[in-house]
Design a protein around this ligand. Structure first.
Ligand code: NAD
Length: 252
C-alpha cells in the first residue's frame, strides 16, 4: 500500500497513542483524519500538521460514525484506537462501568470498523492498494488481568470480532488485524499508576514496576512501537497478514 496516496482515519487521535499514530502516518505521507470528543487536542494536531484534519466524533454514536464516513469517504486505513480504561475488583464492577467500557472499547470499535468496511465496499474497493482495518486492542485481550474484567472482556471481544471479520474479508484485498500492546507510556497508564499509588500506598516507582512486570522486557511500551506495527500492517508484503492479534509487549 502506498501511504502517500492513502487516507487514514484514527479514532481518539487527539491524544496518547492516537496522536502518535496520526503523526507517524502523516510522516509517511498519508492524509490523516483524526476524531475525538474534544476540540482542543484535535485543533492542536491540525495546526501542527497540514496533512491532518480533525473531526468531532463520539465513537459510540452510530449515526455520527456513519455521517463521518459520508463526509470523508472511503479510507484505505481505518484505525479504531479510541478507548477507555477503568479498573475495579470483579465484585465491585458496577453495571454502568461495564456498559461504559464495553460501549467505547468494543461497540465503538465495531461501529468504526463496520463504517470503514462499508465505505470501502460501497466504493467497490476502488481505492488503490486495498484496505487495512486495524483495532487497537491490548494484552488484556489475550489473557486475564486482575481488577480489569470489563476492560479485558472488551478487548477479548475486539480480538474475537476482528478474527471473525478477517475470515469474512479474506481475499478481498482488505485485511483486519488487532494490535495488542502492553502498558503504554502515556496518560492512560499515568492514571493507572495514580490509582495503584492511591489504593496501595506504593511509591510511583513501585507502582510503575508493578505494570512493567507484565512485560517480558520489564518495561512500559512506547506508543511509537505500536505505531511502527500499524505501519508494518500497511507495508510491502502485508497483504497476507489477516486476522492476527499481534502482541506488542517488549522483547522476550
Ligand atoms: P488515552 O486515554 O491517552 O487516549 C484515548 C483516546 O480515546 C483519547 O483521545 C480519548 O479522548 C478517546 N476516546 C475515549 N472515548 C472516546 C469516545 N467515546 N469517542 C471518541 N474518542 C474517545 O489512552 P491511550 O493509551 O492512547 O489508548 C489508546 C488505545 O490503546 C485504547 O484503545 C486503549 O485501550 C489501548 N491500550 C492502551 C494501553 C495503555 O497502557 N495506555 C495499553 C494497551 C492498549
Amino acid at each position: 500500500m502506498d501511504l502517500s496516496q492513502s487516507s487514514v482515519l484514527v479514532t481518539g487521535g487527539g491524544s496518547g497513542l492516537g496522536r502518535v499514530l496520526a503523526a507517524d502516518f502523516a510522516a509517511a505521507g498519508a492524509r490523516v483524519h483524526i476524531c475525538g470528543r474534544r476540540r482542543e487536542p484535535l485543533d492542536a494536531m491540525v495546526t501542527a500538521n497540514p496533512l491532518i484534519t480533525g473531526h468531532i466524533l463520539d465513537v459510540t454514536d452510530e449515526g455520527a460514525t456513519t455521517s463521518l464516513f459520508a463526509e470523508i469517504g472511503p479510507q484505505q486505513v481505518v484505525i479504531a484506537n479510541a478507548g477507555i480504561a477503568e479498573s475495579a475488583p470483579f465484585h465491585r464492577t458496577e453495571r454502568d462501568m461495564w456498559d461504559r467500557i464495553i460501549g467505547v472499547n468494543l461497540t465503538g470499535c465495531f461501529l468504526t470498523l463496520r463504517a470503514g468496511l462499508r465505505a470501502l465496499r460501497d466504493s467497490g474497493n476502488s481505492v488503490s492498494g486495498g484496505g487495512r482495518l486495524i483495532a487497537i486492542s491490548s494484552i488484556m485481550g489475550l489473557a486475564g488481568y486482575r481488577y480489569a474484567s470489563a476492560y479485558s472482556a472488551s478487548k477479548h471481544g475486539v480480538n474475537g470480532m476482528v478474527a471473525a471479520l478477517a475470515a469474512e474479508i479474506e481475499g478481498s484485498g482488505i485485511t483486519a488485524n488487532a494490535l495488542c500492546p502492553g502498558y503504554l507510556e502515556g496518560e492512560m497508564t499515568d492514571r493507572t499508576i495514580a490509582t495503584i499509588m492511591q489504593k496501595t500506598g506504593k511509591s510511583r516507582a513501585a507502582a510503575v514496576a508493578v505494570l512493567a512486570a507484565t512485560s517480558p522486557a520489564g518495561r512500559l511500551i512506547r506508543p511509537e512501537e505500536v505505531s511502527a506495527a500499524a505501519l508494518e500492517l500497511c507495508g510491502p508484503g502485508s497483504d497476507g497478514i489477516n486476522g492476527r492479534a499481534i502482541e506488542i509487549n517488549g522483547e522476550t
